[in-house]
Design a protein around this ligand. Structure first.
Ligand SMILES: [Cu+2]
Length: 177
């Protein structure tokens, strides 16, 4: 039988005792200047643990809407864009195997906001830390519907961060490949 407690303990210990190999500093675009977050990537034997803390997400005072935000790893390596198409340089989802959404390597669970804050951790064996260096994490304005192609009808790109390798010695950011 699968040792659920064992996997939990193994990943939990890994996160506590090792440094992440990469991170992204996510920053909001126009109209979301308060939005910022840190995303950490831990390479483990079972896959990559993606751990994040994000704040300043848009708060919708209407109940039942506006508190879930799609998040993906996009293939592009720059958060540049235009007023009409923010963060356009991020391109589409990281999808080296040509899979449909939500089976693309860069697909992640959405952020669940709590009054503008979200925190979480997820394991993904769809990519290794090495191959996502220099790519981008993008947060979208809307929830991911997990079936519309190619991006889950997730709406505008509202925040972005480039994924950098972390120097394990001093935890400073070093330019990715
Ligand atoms: Cu996306």
């Amino acid at each position: 039988m699968f040792d659920a407690q064992g996997l939990f303990t193994e990943l939990y210990d890994w996160i506590l005792q090792t440094n992440p190999q990469a991170m992204a500093n996510v920053k909001g675009g126009a109209g979301n200047e308060e939005l910022n977050g840190v995303i950490y990537f831990f390479q483990t034997e079972m896959g990559v643990v993606v751990m994040y803390s994000v704040g300043g997400l848009p708060v919708n005072t209407q109940s039942c809407t506006g508190s879930v935000f799609a998040m993906h790893i996009h293939e592009g390596g720059s958060c540049a864009g235009t007023a009409d198409d923010p963060f356009s340089e991020t391109g589409g989802h990281y999808n080296p195997y040509g899979c449909p959404h939500p089976y693309q390597a860069g697909d992640l669970p959405p952020l669940f906001s709590n009054g503008g804050y979200a925190f979480g951790a997820v394991l993904s064996s769809r990519f290794g830390v090495e191959e996502i260096l220099g790519r981008t994490v993008v947060v979208h304005a809307d929830v991911d519907d997990f079936h519309t192609q190619p991006a889950g009808n997730s709406g505008k790109k509202i925040a972005c961060g480039v994924i950098y390798a972390l120097d394990s010695a001093d935890k400073t950011c070093v330019e990715a490949k």
